[in-house]
Design a protein around this ligand. Structure first.
Ligand code: SF4
Length: 243
């Protein structure tokens, strides 16, 4: 861990740019059937480029947000490749699959996970990390509900490149699928100036891709597309990528 008091990391299937082909990453969501596991892992999730401290050039976007929030709060935090290892650390787990720990209580204890956080963390992570570093007792599980959802101003701009140039354009989803936790989060559209800043961060790291999911919902009224907002967004991206 060296000079960092907080290390953010994840498993290899997430800490990879999937050879620059995002959809190859879906291969990593299944088991290695009919292939030696090492070959499957290399195909789906090759190791990313890292610097001399083990910091990856590209890292998962959500993790970049947490890193930015902690750095802005004054912590020495960094994203480190999962091949960096040190014993005796406190483990706080989160991310899109955090809820799955509720079904794996045995592994939760076996692997020494101290706390699982489920949901948007910007409003809560600084206080939790302060408590963890002060060796105060942590709860086992925190669910971040809609009332603790961060405002746009509380969401930091990423400080390092995201995997394959992913940039968030909105949170929440108006489609309302019954099984989905994303739709329960308050809907918010990320302003163009913040999107522009994050594209710049990626470009400066040599990541010239830009992708986002369900882009036609940007600025939408309900699920009805908003042509004006979409044209502005696309013009911005084309200008920045000089296409
Ligand atoms: S994020 Fe996907 S699954 Fe969830 S509500 Fe929207 S469309 Fe449905």
């Amino acid at each position: 861990m060296g000079k960092y008091e907080i290390v953010l990391t994840t498993d290899r299937t997430m800490m990879s740019n999937h050879h620059g082909r995002e959809f190859l990453g879906f291969l990593a969501t299944g088991p290695a059937i009919g292939l030696p596991e090492k070959l499957w892992l290399w195909l789906a999730a090759p190791k990313v480029r890292v610097d001399e401290e083990g910091k990856p050039v590209e890292a998962p976007y959500g993790m970049r947000k947490v890193e930015a929030k902690l750095i802005e709060a004054g912590f020495k935090a960094a994203i480190i490749d999962p091949d960096a290892r040190e014993k005796g650390v406190k483990i706080i787990a989160g991310g899109p699959g955090a809820w799955q720990w509720l079904w794996e209580l045995e592994y939760w204890r076996k692997w020494g996970v101290d706390l699982v956080i489920d949901g948007e963390v910007e409003k809560v992570i600084v206080e939790i990390v302060e408590e963890a570093l002060a060796n105060e007792p942590l709860p086992d599980y925190i669910y971040v509900g809609p009332y603790d959802s961060p405002s746009i101003e509380e969401i930091p701009v990423i400080k390092g490149a995201s995997v394959n140039g992913l940039v968030e354009i909105m949170r929440g989803c108006p489609r309302g699928c019954r099984f989905c936790p994303v739709t329960l989060r308050p809907l918010k559209f990320i302003p163009l100036d913040i999107i522009a800043k994050e594209i710049k961060v990626n470009l400066e790291a040599g990541i010239e891709l830009f992708h986002s999911e369900d882009i036609l919902l940007y600025g939408a009224k309900g699920v009805e597309p908003n042509p004006e907002a979409l044209i502005k967004l696309h013009k911005l991206v084309l200008k920045q990528l000089s296409l």
